[in-house]
Design a protein around this ligand. Structure first.
Ligand SMILES: C[S@@+](CC[C@H](N)C(=O)[O-])C[C@H]1O[C@@H](n2cnc3c(N)ncnc32)[C@H](O)[C@@H]1O
Length: 395
């Protein structure tokens, strides 16, 4: 069957219509004419794959990655980087338009850096072969290299790629790639080689190195990072994202600031030179341990950390002028969202990795706060994910 692709959905899949049903066609671009094969027909939608593309879009490029659309990671390898950034900016605008009463004109130009070799962390799974899990399955796709993992991680992939008894391996590096952390579940026959290169090596929960953390740098701040602590995975763009917040707050001389879902305290410490006092909250013990060490490492005396769920402590704060939130994908819970309004800070900065939950939360906060800007950050090139930073001011 021959179809014309009308537009892309939020996952970057082409959309067309067959017999009045919406049909999703992977790996296609707007206006392409394709011969497709139906894979799955449900009551409300159809899923199809392309057999041949009869008329190609000028935004189409050759896919460099041998695991494209197979390994479950990158689904936008077939479009130019320019097109990818346009797609993501429009995706945020469309979501804001569809799910909120906020004008999509508040979405500013997308920010981006390198398309390749940007990740400072990967996890590979093993079951006689070592690789990534195919999307929504437990099937492992063996990989020999990864275009989005940084070059140091790729050297480690090359070293361990034929191992048969590793069940899971997490490889992390500092943003400058000078420090390496590796955690293995299962067995490796490359122990000596890994000990030579890794600053931190943990096998089946037992540390084989004296060190348990590495140091990562963003701008003029240094951060300890452990194998289990959260750290932004884009080694190039994180500084830009944090600078976006600094640029907004630097002349405002805020007295009391909250950094909610603070991870290892990275944002709070980054902002600490510009405000009087900050409190960071995260529910992960290992993150808060790192955050307290980071505080010392940066001689930062105006920040305190609380290890608890945000929703358990949000009601104790008073006289707060700025709140930064950086929640996980599910966004803010009802209690936290309501308390943000009760605390009534002058400004809220919302860092989000899921535009749908961001839109839901902004639409509610919009009753008392004006959304000034929503800036998309392409923190995850080649994937359909996109980070955003929204700036809200009390009406
Ligand atoms: C997206 S990360 C933010 C990290 C940090 N702001 C950064 O830039 O590195 C989300 C964080 O929320 C924490 N978290 C998840 N649910 C939470 C909750 N209910 N209360 C407090 N922290 C939570 C996680 O431990 C994680 O560190």
């Amino acid at each position: 069957m021959e179809v014309r692709i009308e537009r892309l959905d939020h996952y970057g899949r082409g959309i067309t219509h067959i017999n009045n049903k919406i049909c999703f066609v992977e790996n296609t671009l707007e206006n392409e004419i394709c011969k497709i094969k139906i894979l799955n027909e449900k009551n409300k939608f159809i899923e199809a794959k392309t057999e041949t593309i009869k008329e190609k879009s000028s935004d189409r490029i050759e896919e460099e990655c041998p695991y494209s659309n197979i390994c479950g990671g990158c689904f936008l390898n077939h479009m130019t980087y320019k097109k990818e950034n346009e797609f993501k900016e429009n995706k945020i605008k469309n979501i804001i338009e569809k799910y909120t009463s906020i004008s999509p004109s508040k979405v500013t130009k997308i920010k981006y850096k390198e398309r390749d070799y940007y990740r400072n962390k990967i996890t590979l799974h093993g079951n006689s072969v070592l690789g990534y899990k195919k999307e929504k399955t437990n099937e492992i796709v063996k990989i020999d290299k990864c275009l989005i993992a940084n070059k140091t991680i790729n050297k480690i992939i090359d070293l361990i790629k034929d191992e048969k008894e590793i069940e899971e391996i997490v490889i992390k590096t500092s943003n400058d790639e000078n420090n390496i952390m590796i955690s293995i579940t299962g067995k490796t026959n490359k122990l000596n080689e890994l000990l030579e290169i890794a600053n931190v090596l943990r096998i089946n929960n037992e540390y084989k190195t004296k060190e348990k953390t590495i140091i990562n740098q963003i701008g003029n701040k240094k951060y300890y990072e452990g194998l289990d602590s959260f750290f932004q995975i884009n080694k190039d763009l994180t500084k830009e994202l944090y600078d976006e917040i600094v640029n907004y707050i630097k002349d405002k001389k805020y007295k009391n600031v909250l950094d909610l879902y603070c991870g290892t305290g990275t944002i709070g410490i980054y902002l600490s030179d510009y405000v009087e006092k900050i409190i960071g909250v995260d529910n992960n013990k290992s993150n808060i341990e790192d955050a307290n060490n980071n505080k010392k490492l940066n001689n930062c005396n105006n920040i305190e950390f609380i290890c608890n769920k945000v929703e358990n402590v949000i009601n104790i704060f008073k006289d707060i002028e700025l709140i930064v939130v950086d929640p996980p994908r599910k966004g803010l819970d009802d209690k936290t969202r309501n308390y943000l309004k009760t605390i009534n800070p002058k400004s809220i900065i919302y860092v989000s990795c899921d535009p749908i939950t961001l839109a839901r939360d902004l639409n509610i906060l919009n009753e008392t706060y004006e959304v000034k800007t929503i800036t998309p950050f392409n923190m995850f090139p080649r994937s359909y994910h996109c980070e955003s930073v929204a700036v809200l001011e009390r009406k």
